[in-house]
Design a protein around this ligand. Structure first.
Ligand code: C2E
Ligand code: MG
Ligand code: MG
Ligand code: MG
Length: 283
């Protein structure tokens, strides 16, 4: 009997695995066509200065509107794009599109606006990345100082020597490098010292507890002071409440991003947001 039950469970299990594989494969097939069918778009989430509330820049976030399934969250399709390698061409599209869009907004009265783009581990490992960044800057006319690349710790730590070389080349162009989701990976202080980076984005998981959890608050405080002593800036991601924002002000985190200020916005909504927002400090 136990054997029977065991077999039944196995059948159900393998059916699930098969369904999931089939679902994954279908997503992968659809992802391959998504770009040429114009199903991708970008949203832009404002990032603000903690002290004066001015708009400093925005993070470009990829959106996929599937013709039958509707909008599929990045947490669902990015891992598939990553594993299949499709993230490389998709990432190039993101880079080109975001640089052009940022240049457009810059020219309309926001010369200091900085656009932040997420790079996946796979893209970071791709030999053509540096060239692609150069091309995207040239094609768009976006000054390198207005571009920031966000990379996760896992992308950097797997091959530290190569990461250092590549980051140095990228930084030599004049762009800014951020570590995304900071605190969730394995970076040690010595790694951080070796990496030519400019800022740390404190992961949302620490921000969510900052106003009522002493440990989270201590972690954020430690990240900010450690960053300061390494002359790195800090940005908090996922700020959702006023009390979280107040804690970040007290701690001295320089910039903030989150639903409390603004959600990721479509191009049209971001343009409207710009017209209602004080221009960031003139040069
Ligand atoms: P991420 O880079 O850490 O981006 C921040 C995520 O947090 C975004 O989710 C954003 O919409 C969400 N968020 C912002 N403020 C808040 C808040 O106050 N509360 C909450 N609960 N969430 C907030 P999204 O757009 O779903 O993207 C998820 C992840 O997908 C990103 O995390 C990033 O790792 C990846 N991703 C998005 N776009 C791209 C892309 O163009 N290329 C690559 N390689 N990855 C991307
Ligand atoms: Mg990010
Ligand atoms: Mg992040
Ligand atoms: Mg995150």
């Amino acid at each position: 009997e136990a054997k029977e039950a065991g077999r039944a469970t196995t059948v159900v299990y393998s059916e699930r695995v098969r369904d999931r594989r089939a679902g994954r494969l279908a997503i992968e097939t659809d992802l391959r066509r998504a770009a040429e069918r114009g199903e991708f778009s970008l949203e832009y989430q404002p990032r603000l200065g903690t002290l004066d509330g001015t708009l400093r820049g925005m993070e470009a976030l990829l959106r996929w509107d599937h013709p039958e399934m509707g909008r599929i969250p990045p947490s669902h399709f990015i891992p598939i794009a990553e594993e299949s390698g499709l993230i490389v061409p998709i990432g190039h599209w993101v880079l080109e599109t975001a640089c052009k869009q940022a240049r457009y907004w810059m020219q309309r009265g926001f010369p200091d606006l900085k656009v932040a783009i997420n790079l996946s581990v796979r893209q970071f490992r791709d030999a053509g990345l540096l060239q692609k960044v150069v091309e995207a800057l040239e094609a768009s006319g976006l000054p390198p100082a207005n571009l920031e690349l966000e990379i996760t710790e896992s992308g950097l730590m797997s091959d530290l020597d190569r990461a250092v070389d590549l980051l140095q080349d990228l930084k030599a162009l004049g762009i800014t490098i951020a570590i995304d989701d900071f605190g969730t990976g394995y970076s040690s202080l010595s790694y951080l010292k070796r990496l030519p980076i400019d800022l740390l984005k404190i992961d949302r998981s620490f921000i969510s507890g900052i106003s009522d959890n002493a440990d989270d608050r201590a972690i954020c405080q430690a990240i900010v002071s450690m960053a300061a002593s390494l002359t790195l800036e800090t940005v908090a991601e996922g700020v959702e409440t006023e009390s979280q924002f107040e804690c970040l002000q007290e701690i001295g985190c320089r910039e903030v991003q989150g639903y409390y200020f603004a959600r990721p916005l479509s191009v049209g909504d971001f343009s409207t947001y710009l017209t209602r927002h004080p221009a960031n400090s003139p040069r």
